[in-house]
Write a protein that binds this ligand. Sequence first.
Ligand code: HEM
Ligand code: HEM
Length: 184
Amino acid sequence: MERDADSYRPLARALHWATAALIALQFAFGLIMVHDAPEPNLWATLAERFQLYDSHKVLGIALFALVLVRLANRAISGAPGALPEVPAWQRAAATLGHVALYLLLVAVPLLGWLGISLYPALQVFGTASLPSLAAPDRAASETVLFWHGIAAFALVGLALGHAGAALHHHFVRRDRTLRRMLGR
Ligand code: HEM
Ligand code: HEM
């Protein structure tokens, strides 16, 4: 359902910015925890002190749940169409970009979760165990986690391009695109 060219609703805005903040955190955690250098080094110390592997798994699954809520809200409440002055090819590019972002928002955490199920490395913080998505298979886990990393880079690359487009609307074209997502 397409709504008029008015603002995004408060729930859609909250979910958008919460997702963006969590992706930034998850990406940083992921990079720090896989950083490979002779120990001791700052990254290894940080990873150990903040139990980054376990935090990354739990936060990643929480983010996956948040994305499902966001998609349900999008399906129920729709979103405002692009501003009328935006040319057709840019509308098409934006729609394509948004679909790709949603696909990656689902694929990245699912690949991570599938990877730790196959490994298996489901225990977190020494006590709790996350639900498994598949029977153990170490070789498959390595392939899946490799693609998890690639997909995470694709997601963040696309999100940076997307943020660049939003800033271009705001500072160069000076239209309401970004303000509609900020709620002003
Ligand atoms: C959208 C959410 C997520 C993002 C943006 C993300 C991002 C990343 C990044 C950037 C890396 C480093 C990849 C590399 O350079 O090799 C990584 C590694 C990893 N992630 Fe995620 N991740 C997310 C969700 C998850 C989830 C839900 C799980 C599991 C429940 C998970 C499990 C892992 C594991 C086990 C690794 C280490 C892989 C290895 O040791 O090679 N991630 N993640
Ligand atoms: C990981 C980070 C991000 C992700 C995954 C993401 C994802 C998305 C998605 C999927 C939409 C489409 C919403 C819909 O209509 O259903 C959207 C809209 C939007 N995002 Fe982001 N976003 C991110 C970061 C940002 C940042 C940093 C900015 C600003 C600098 C931004 C500005 C916007 C704006 C202005 C819209 C509305 C676009 C329009 O009216 O057509 N986003 N975002």
